[in-house]
Design a protein around this ligand. Structure first.
Ligand code: CDP
Length: 228
């Protein structure tokens, strides 16, 4: 059985970076489940299911979305500096899936039970030998409930907004701290209050607050915990 380590938490808690570092440390596969929701949001937009950021006609096209989720043509290709190249239908969408607009689309498709169901097996397929680092919102609670090590990474909304701005600037994407902060707060609320797979720590998760800790410090703490 592959060893699965789950890392859940809100936007900007540092999960993505830490998951990538842990995957390198242990030589495990990496699942960026948020990217799946972002890719589905983007694909739905390309298919014309959205109009000005909301579902066209305010009707949720459940069946179409579930079908798109099952047939989504995606590839994750690791590059030299540990960044994942993300392809949708063979096209490089690495940058566009990281924008706040796509995050907004992602969090709308993510509240639909049929979509989550359709993505379940695709996510579990990432668990290969010798193991998997699974990054998301419901990795420890829903997708991999039997994982032997679960982490819930969080940080204050301010700390998370600041990190997000830096991350976007590194990708040469313009970002305004006030807009990012209000986006983060709105998306947190949507993720925590939704009826299906809400964002919350698994009962058996280690909760780590990274507000005033650097990446290396948190990484060391997580490795100590995982190796126990
Ligand atoms: O990078 P950031 O943490 O902002 O977002 P993400 O991890 O890429 O996820 C984008 C959105 O997808 C989240 O706001 C959630 O609404 C949704 N998501 C989810 O519902 N379940 C997951 N396992 C991962 C993401």
């Amino acid at each position: 059985v592959p060893n699965v380590i789950t890392i859940d938490g809100p936007s900007g808690s540092g999960k993505g970076t830490l998951a990538a570092r842990l995957a390198v440390h242990y030589g495990y596969n990496l699942l960026d489940s948020g990217a799946l929701y972002r890719l589905l949001g983007l694909k739905a937009e390309q298919e014309g299911l959205f109009h000005e950021g909301a579902f066209r006609g305010n009707v949720i096209p459940t069946e179409q979305l579930a079908n798109l989720a099952l047939t989504l043509d995606i590839q994750f290709i690791p590059d030299a500096d540990q960044q994942l190249l993300v392809l949708l239908d063979g096209h490089d969408v690495t940058q566009v899936i990281r924008t706040e607009q796509t995050g907004h689309l992602a969090s709308q498709v993510a509240v639909i039970p049929e979509v989550r169901e359709a993505l379940l097996q695709r996510q579990r397929d990432f668990a290969v030998q010798p193991g998997l680092i699974a990054d998301g919102r419901d990795m420890g609670t829903v997708v991999f409930p039997d994982a032997p090590a679960k982490i819930y990474l969080t940080a204050s909304a301010n700390a998370r907004a600041e990190r997000r701005v830096k991350q976007l600037q590194n990708m040469a994407i313009d970002a305004n701290i006030d807009n990012i902060l209000s986006d983060i707060v709105a998306r947190d609320r949507r993720d925590m209050e939704r009826a299906i797979a809400p964002l919350k720590p698994a009962d058996d998760a280690l909760i780590v607050d990274s507000s005033s800790k650097g990446i290396d410090e948190v990484l060391a703490e997580l490795i100590r915990y995982i190796d126990l």
